[in-house]
Design a protein around this ligand. Sequence first.
Ligand code: UDX
Length: 437
Amino acid sequence: MKISVIGCGYLGAVHAASMAELGHQVLGIDVDEAKVASLQRGVAPFHEPGFDDLLVKNAQRLYFTTDMAAAADAKVHFIAVGTPQSADGSADMTYVNAAIEGLIPYLSPGDLVVGKSTVPVGTAQRLSESVVSSGAILMWNPEFLREGFAVEDTLSPDRLVYGLPEGESGDAALAILDSVYELILAKQTPRLVMNFATAELVKVAANSFLATKISFINAMAEIAEVTGANVTELADAIGHDSRIGRRFLNAGIGFGGGCLPKDIRGFVARAEELGVGQSLDFLRSVDAINLRRRARVVDVVIEELGALAGKKIAVWGLAFKPDSDDIRDSPALDIVENLARAGARVIAADPQASGPARKRIEHAGLASSVTLTDDHHESARGVDAIVVATEWNVFCEEDPTAIAPLVSNKLVIDGRNTLDSKAWKAAGFTYRGMGRS
Ligand code: UDX
């Protein structure tokens, strides 16, 4: 099958390469010339495990361009552009609208346009009119991939969701997408068929649930902090109840990234527009709890060290999660900035994200008080405290006896509750976790 993928960010580029891996002839289209040039050379423009290999392995079936006219060759067109957060919290639909408008002149009757972007409920219905007027069919097929596992999640998803129009065109869309995903469906992957609105809601509902789970355990961490309880033991104990489950109950500095924070805010904004804002009032609390955790870490450092002016602090982690160089809405980067604003000299280390973080630190006017490096050992030299903000394996597995001689004060603040506290204490460190006495 000939496929076009419009938008080659984290979602689109991985989707394009994965469709080629399934044996399709794929054309990736993006307005960013540098990104297209890099993908065309087989070099990933971002860090995503396994993605480079996929690009190289499928080079014969993959082509990247900035020219939308090339989409005329394809029968199936995936829309995978971003829907960033607008100033008022709603999802900015500029790129989705532009992608559909740009694509329409190149559609042929019988083509299938498949929306993958996360959009406000009601979008597919609105867009389908113009797609249908060109003889093509629109459907919505939300993506649930996690960064760091994007390739695996695309090729072996835990479910496929098809949002279809009613009637014959819905049947035709289903048959076409089934043949695109034939190899995935052959692995008994559940395929759930529903209408447009339900499919759009599935995505934001899933992300809202995950965000709520994280903020729930972080709220428990706040209670634990004033009662002497231990939130990790609490999470282990409630997680044994299979109705609750242990996953996404890791308390710490909260969630970030390009999806959870903006998706819950966009969902709240959409519910307001629909006159049912009250239904999602709880998501405002989820957001507020999450942001409080970023401030809490800085408070813990101040509790231990007093005023931060003249203090030197290493922050381990800049990316919003390990195995990613993505710094969008990263709690780690916020903490770096807040420590620097409180007067500290910060040396921040991340195996992949120090490059991407540099621009933001400069833009924030903090270049003179924040040093960025890939090397966490180097960052620890002469510091008054180490703050662990992203749970990269190299940090979790670090031998504290190798770090002890480097620092000038043995204090470690485990923002992700990920270190072996006993080993750090045995090496002479004062250990502070989040929500743990
Ligand atoms: C998320 C969804 O998981 C994915 O299904 C959707 O398609 C896109 O958004 P992603 O943004 O890649 O994926 O990250 P995820 O693994 O969900 O983590 C989000 C954030 O939550 C990270 O900052 C992570 O550190 C944090 N987190 C996660 C916690 O603080 N505690 C946890 O227990 C789990």
